[in-house]
Design a protein around this ligand. Structure first.
Ligand code: ADP
Ligand code: ZN
Length: 222
């Protein structure tokens, strides 16, 4: 099964994707993580991607689509994967669909986390991530704080703020998100494989609620 996670920056789709990946034993592929890893290692891909990411822009389709196709061709994702951050444009959605149909035609569902923009902005500016790549836990200093400020509950590593998590960049990213997502959401709606979750982000158990909603949907759409 392929699970495609849709939702604006800060919607919690990364956290939900991680949990679903454990639940269904599917590899979690996050294009944002792949780009950040490459930027850190200063690879050619990283240097190129950084030009766009640091300006709050999408990495061009030519780069992103090739990257995802080659990742999806690896052995560990033969039974499917959770795609987080991809597709982000209509072109990416079409290319992904063609790739799946041609190479690995298994069940595909899209999960959309639908949250109002103003709530998202509050969430993203207060987001911190575990600096330990193996862990990658995500916290929010207001809504989902770690027990000890600045320290990961799970692995004890330092929590860091992403460079692109500031209000100005976030508003820009939300605009880009809305401009592109309309088409993508419609694309999966038309295919009848879209499941929309409206999370209550003020609930302390929002993650568990989201997981159980998605599980419920998947039970009936195998
Ligand atoms: P967020 O969900 O907060 O935007 P991500 O970690 O998903 O963060 O992505 C970080 C950045 O990487 C994006 O703002 C964008 O510049 C780039 N990026 C990630 N995925 C894609 C994609 N599918 N297409 C184009 N650019 C992407
Ligand atoms: Zn950690």
């Amino acid at each position: 099964m392929y699970i495609i996670m849709l939702g604006a920056p800060g919607s919690g789709k990364g956290t939900l994707a991680k949990e679903l990946s454990k639940e269904y034993n599917l590899v979690h592929i996050s294009t944002g993580d792949i780009f950040r890893e490459n930027i850190k290692k200063q690879t050619e891909l990283g240097k190129e991607a950084d030009k766009y990411i640091s300006n709050g822009l999408l990495v061009p389709d030519e780069i992103t689509i090739g990257l995802v196709k080659s990742r999806l061709s690896e052995d560990d994702v033969k039974s499917g994967a959770i795609l987080d951050g991809f597709p982000r444009t209509a072109k990416q959605a079409e290319e992904l669909d063609m790739f799946i149909r041609k190479n690995n035609p298994i069940n595909t569902v899209a999960v959309l986390l639908d949250i109002p923009d103003e709530d998202l902005i509050k969430r993203v500016v207060k987001r911190v991530t575990c600096s330990n790549k193996e862990c990658g836990a995500i916290y929010n200093t207001e809504f989902r704080p770690s027990k000890v400020p600045g320290i990961c509950d799970i692995c004890g590593s330092k929590l860091v703020k992403r460079d692109d998590d500031n209000e100005e960049t976030v508003r820009g990213r939300l605009k880009i998100y809305h401009d592109n997502s309309k088409e993508i959401i419609k694309y999966y709606e038309d295919k009848n494989i879209l499941f929309t979750v409206k999370p209550n982000i003020y609930s302390p158990t929002v993650l568990e609620e989201n997981i159980s909603k998605v599980k419920g949907y998947l039970e009936t759409h195998k």
